[in-house]
Every structure is written in C-alpha cells, then in structure tokens.
Design a protein around this ligand. Structure first.
Ligand code: AOF
Ligand code: ZN
Length: 370
C-alpha cells in the first residue's frame, strides 16, 4: 500500500512539473520560429533548480537555458521537457549531449520530435548514456503546443488558425463591406494576444483595401511580439499610405505577388520596407492557390499562421481542408441580411456543423462568445 501510494505521488509530481514545463514553453509561442516553443524544468529532490524555454528566434533551446540556471545542481536531477531533446548538430550543439555532460539522471519527455534529424534519436542517445527516459506525460497538450512544428515537418505547411469575428447572424461586415463594430474590447484583446502567439498573420488584399488594418499586437508591452504580416496581393495593389506599409520597418510585411506584378510598384514597396514573395499564378485563376502559398511560408520558417480574413480566403482554406483550428468570436448583435457573410459562398454551418471540427473550448469574453 505504501509503495502504491508513493507511486501515485511520484506520478502526480511528474504531471505537475510537466504542466509547468508546458506553461513555460507557451511563453515562446509566436516568438521562436523557425523552431518550436519548448519548455523545460530541472528538478532535484522535489525542488526546481532550473527553468527554461526556447528563446527568440529559436535559440538557445529550452534545455540549455534550464541547465545554465541549474549549474552544478543539474547533476542527478530530473528534466521535464515538452519535446524530445535534440540529438543533431543544428545551429547549436545537441541538447542530449549537454544533458549527458551535466549528469542529469532522468528525463521526462512529453513527445517525440518528428524532425527527421531527431525522431527518437534524442531519447535513444540519452538512454544509451544510462539516463532513465520516460516518454508521454503531457503528450496531448504538447502536441497542441507544438502543432505548428508537427504540421511543418510532416506536411510542409504551417498550422493554420482561422479567426472569425462574426455578428450574431454570422456576418463580418455591413452592406458594401462597411466596417461595423462586432465584438467587444475583451474579445479584441484576446485576438491581439493570439496574434502575439502566432508566427505570422495572413489576409487577402480585399481586407487591406476595405479595412486598412495594422495586424500588430497592441497589448501593452507586447508590441515587439507582433507577428509577420502577410498579404495575398497578386497585383501589388496595397496602397503606399496603408498602415501595413507604413509600419513595415517596425514589423515585417511580406507581400505575396504574382510574377507578373508591376515592377514599379514592387520597387516602391520594397523601398518602404516590404518584402516580396513571388508566386506563379495562372492568368485567369481567381486568386492564389493557397495550397502553394502555405508551403512558401513554411519554407521561410513560419509554423503557426493566423488567418484574419477576408471571407474569400477563409472559404477557400476551408474548402481545401487547410484549416487546423478556428477561433470563432460571435458578437451579441445582428448585422442584417445585407451584411457580408463570414465565408464567401459557404454557410457558417460549413464549419460549425462540419464533422472535421470538434468543439475544443467555449467561453464568454464580455458580451461575446469565443
Ligand atoms: C530542443 N529544444 O528548445 C527546441 C528544439 O537549428 P537548431 O539547432 O536550433 O535546431 C532546430 C530543431 O531543434 C527544430 O527543428 C526542432 O526539431 C528542435 N527544437 N529542440 O531540444 C528546443 N526548440
Ligand atoms: Zn536542443
């Protein structure tokens, strides 16, 4: 009985420390691309001796941070980490080697790293050095935190988060695309936080022309965490006077344009700080093939992509089954039949009733529902 009790207590402690590692790891969301946002905790005799998370731009890795904090106290300690420690010589030496050198006794790892350069070899290396390795605690939550990394490695595209802010009758704007207040400031703040937790945010040129959005995170202190802004702008119609172009030096702006887009516009926008990504488009195609746009972003390191509009981009992503996660914010008031529906040519029930999606969480934000 005493033995069973001790086993249960040890398991509960493992879960608690892994929860902490997951929480620390999430601090890096949106800030570590092209790398995943990993969290790590080093524990010696039940006492936390080191905490770490992947730093901006992906380095140092979480384990290295935790080891640096623990110093000599890492010897004999247990490491809780949200992703398999790396075994490859990438932009930094392998974390597995650092853990072995520091004398860590046990590693509790949430999930295997799908990166083919690692893919089980990190765990194997640790075991070969006599470290006890337990895998799987917190795996579901880790898979969610690292969804972008998994998607990028496996499917060459980012994890796509579609954000929709709709009126009670499922509209996103008034008649003639007129801007209407739909959600409250509480909901808007939550959206700004989500922006900070994504690597990039994508909109169509129609949304830019209609709304002149800035697409930054404007929460106090979090402006530097604004994502890369990406606009699908095949003919380079984005106005030089738009907020996006104006802020292009402070926060990156990537314009996805057709190879045929006018050279003069390209020169002007590049001079203003925007970066151009050229993509081939068939002359009579209605727009870009999003199935080709997403790999372009993944190749540049983007693993968590938020999509904020408009209705055409949202509908075509859904039609092509390229949406992984939806944030549906619904305001309390209707707009009316002449408003713009959230999904061009698709009823909103295409997502709310679609078998491909399941409700993860539902919560209220002021007068709105998320
Ligand atoms: C870890 N801890 O905190 C992260 C890891 O180019 P590098 O050397 O920075 O390696 C990048 C790869 O390392 C990345 O694709 C992923 O497989 C892994 N990320 N690994 O041990 C970390 N961020
Ligand atoms: Zn590493």
């Amino acid at each position: 009985d005493q033995l069973a009790e001790r086993g249960r207590a040890a398991k509960a402690a493992d879960q608690r420390f892994m929860q902490l590692a997951l929480t620390l790891g999430r601090r890096g969301l949106g800030n570590t691309w092209p790398n995943p946002a990993v969290g790590a905790v080093l524990v010696q005799d039940g006492v936390i001796v080191g905490r770490g998370w992947t730093q901006a731009g992906g380095r140092p890795h979480a384990e290295v941070e935790a080891l640096a904090q623990a110093g000599a106290k890492a010897r004999g300690a247990t490491l809780y980490v949200t992703l398999e420690p790396c075994s490859h010589h990438g932009r930094s030496p392998p974390c597995a080697d650092a853990l072995i050198a520091a004398g860590v006794a046990r590693v509790v790892s949430a999930i295997e790293d799908p990166n083919p350069e690692v893919a089980g070899q990190g765990h194997a290396k640790l075991r070969a050095a006599g470290i006890k390795v337990d895998i799987g605690i917190g795996a579901a939550e880790a898979a969610r935190a690292h969804a972008g990394h998994f998607r990028k490695v496996r499917d060459d595209r980012p994890h796509v988060i579609l954000k929709l802010a709709v009126s009670s009758d499922g509209k996103i704007a008034g008649a003639g695309r007129q801007r209407v207040a739909i959600t409250s400031s509480a909901a808007q703040q939550r959206v700004h936080l989500l922006r900070a937790q994504c690597d990039a945010i994508l909109v169509g040129i129609g949304t830019v022309l209609a709304d002149d959005p800035e697409l930054t995170c404007r929460l106090p202190g979090l402006a530097p965490r604004s994502p890369v802004r990406v606009v699908l702008d095949r003919a380079l119609r984005i106005p030089g006077a738009s907020k996006l172009v104006h802020s292009a030096r402070a926060t990156p702006l990537w314009l996805i344009a057709a190879e045929t887009a006018e050279a003069a516009a390209a020169t002007k926008l590049t001079a203003a700080g925007a970066e151009l990504l050229r993509l081939n488009v068939e002359p009579d195609a209605p727009g870009f093939d999003l199935g080709a746009v997403l790999p372009l972003l993944a190749a540049r390191g983007i693993s968590r992509l938020m999509v904020e509009g408009g209705a055409k981009v949202a509908a075509s992503l859904l039609k092509q089954d390229l949406v992984d996660e939806i944030w549906l914010l619904r305001g309390p008031a209707p707009i009316g039949d002449d408003g713009v529906p959230a999904l061009h040519d698709l009823p909103l029930t295409a997502i709310t009733d679609a078998p491909a999606f399941r409700l993860h969480t539902s919560t209220t934000l002021g007068p709105d529902t998320l």
